[in-house]
Design a protein around this ligand. Structure first.
Ligand code: THU
Length: 142
């Protein structure tokens, strides 16, 4: 899966992530995040962070978007865009990197914010030597 998107597709994904952040439920951190995932079908799914009074149950924007995509039957992630209304771009947290790896081990990861700075990398650079589905297929029977 090549980690390269056309400029219009990139822009579409970034604006979807920006729009998704508007629905952020983040009363505890006040840190709004929006994510958009481009899947194998060509469809884009979005998500935002959803926090909880039991803090450990907060769900990141990226995982909200990915679980929505998976529930719609998608199994390939080509790219993920993350938007935060901050001066610097935000990279996906470790838990989200692991979840992206399940469906997009070489996915393009784009982070954008309210200033010109942006990050563009790939999941395998953010999570080298990842644990993934292949490790379970290789296991020996006890
Ligand atoms: N958050 C995300 O949505 N994505 C990330 O990759 C990092 C953190 C959210 C979780 C929580 O609601 C808030 O940002 C502060 O950690």
């Amino acid at each position: 899966m090549p980690a390269k998107l056309s400029a219009p597709l990139c822009r579409r994904l970034e604006s979807a992530a920006r729009r998704a952040a508007q629905a952020s439920y983040s009363p505890y951190s006040q840190f709004r995040v929006g994510a958009a995932v481009l899947c194998g079908s060509g469809k884009v799914y979005t998500g935002t962070n959803v926090e909880n009074a039991s803090y450990g149950l907060c769900n990141c924007a990226e995982r909200t978007a990915i679980f929505t995509a998976a529930a719609a039957g998608e199994r390939v992630i080509r790219a993920v865009a993350v938007y935060t209304p901050t001066p610097a771009p935000t990279s996906p947290c470790g838990a989200c990197r692991q979840v992206i790896n399940e469906f997009g081990p070489t996915a393009l990861i784009i982070s954008v914010c309210d200033q010109a700075g942006r990050l563009e990398t790939t999941l395998d650079r953010l999570l080298p030597d990842a644990f993934g589905p292949g490790a379970l297929r290789r296991r020996r029977r006890a």
